[in-house]
Design a protein around this ligand. Structure first.
Ligand code: ATP
Ligand code: PRP
Length: 222
């Protein structure tokens, strides 16, 4: 199968590291020159092209069909959803959780402020629990917020729990379990067989493509 027609969008950082290892495990040549500032690596017959973007922009780029496929954490997909994107595989790396944490192991009592970079995930969670909150958007260093009195609670990523512990914070509840997901442009998935072939190569899955697959209400075939 030739990949000269397929482009996949990824972000630098953990996703790129995990993707590089996966490419190496599956025998796909890794096209990205990580020492350069280049953001676009053209596809060739034996490997898909790679486009490097900010994680939060990847669902948009795939939804518009600029990239056929993308790799993002489920956290990013839930925070920046796109109706033209299908989730086609769990790639089983970048495991983490989006959690509610605070200085005590106690759910908020009464209206409270939540510092987070996951504004949508946090707001939806508290809406479901019919609990009034003020969301304070921050783009990083979330664990600092309770320590300096910005907000008593945070919604943030946890893996080992070391960062929370170092700031004397306690995980109160898990809101979302996340791992890296392969996403596809909905119409390219149905019309370009080589897009589905990338999924098969990455998942060792030889089952035939079902072009009439029902992707379910949340745009997922998982
Ligand atoms: P940005 O730098 O654009 O804010 P980021 O810091 O979330 O993004 P990374 O740290 O590379 O970027 O994380 C990429 C993805 O890896 C996240 O979307 C999440 O799914 C997962 N992730 C984030 N932090 C951890 C962690 N500590 N351990 C494991 N996985 C993580
Ligand atoms: C992430 C996240 C937490 C930390 C959790 O930060 O924002 O701070 O990892 O991991 P742990 O539970 O294993 O300590 P990251 O390392 O990505 O730094 P950044 O958010 O500043 O990019």
């Amino acid at each position: 199968m030739s990949y000269h027609n397929v482009t996949i969008a990824i972000a630098k950082g953990r996703i790129m590291e995990g993707t590089r290892s996966l490419w190496q495990q599956k025998g796909l040549p890794w096209p990205v020159d990580e020492d350069s500032r280049q953001l676009w690596f053209a596809p060739e017959n034996e490997r898909p092209g790679v486009l490097i973007a900010r994680a939060r922009d990847i669902p948009t780029l795939v939804g518009l069909g600029i990239a056929d496929l993308g790799i993002v954490g489920l956290d990013v997909l839930e925070e920046y959803p796109n109706t033209h994107v299908l989730q086609v595989a769990d790639l089983n790396f970048a495991h983490c959780r989006v959690v509610l944490a605070g200085q005590k192991n106690q759910w908020p009592v009464g209206p409270t402020r939540i510092a987070t970079k996951y504004q949508r995930i946090a707001q939806n969670y508290f809406n479901v629990h019919r609990h009034p909150v003020e969301i304070l958007p921050l783009s990083g260093s979330l664990e600092l917020a309770p320590v300096i009195g910005l907000a008593p609670y945070i919604v943030d990523i946890v893996d080992t729990g070391n960062t929370l512990r170092q700031h004397h914070l306690i995980e109160i509840t898990t809101i979302l379990k996340s791992s890296a997901r392969l996403i596809a442009n909905q119409s390219h998935w149905r019309t370009k067989p080589e897009v589905e072939q990338v999924r098969r190569t990455l998942k060792n899955d030889d089952s035939p493509m079902d072009s009439s697959a029902n992707f379910g209400p949340k745009g997922s075939i998982l």
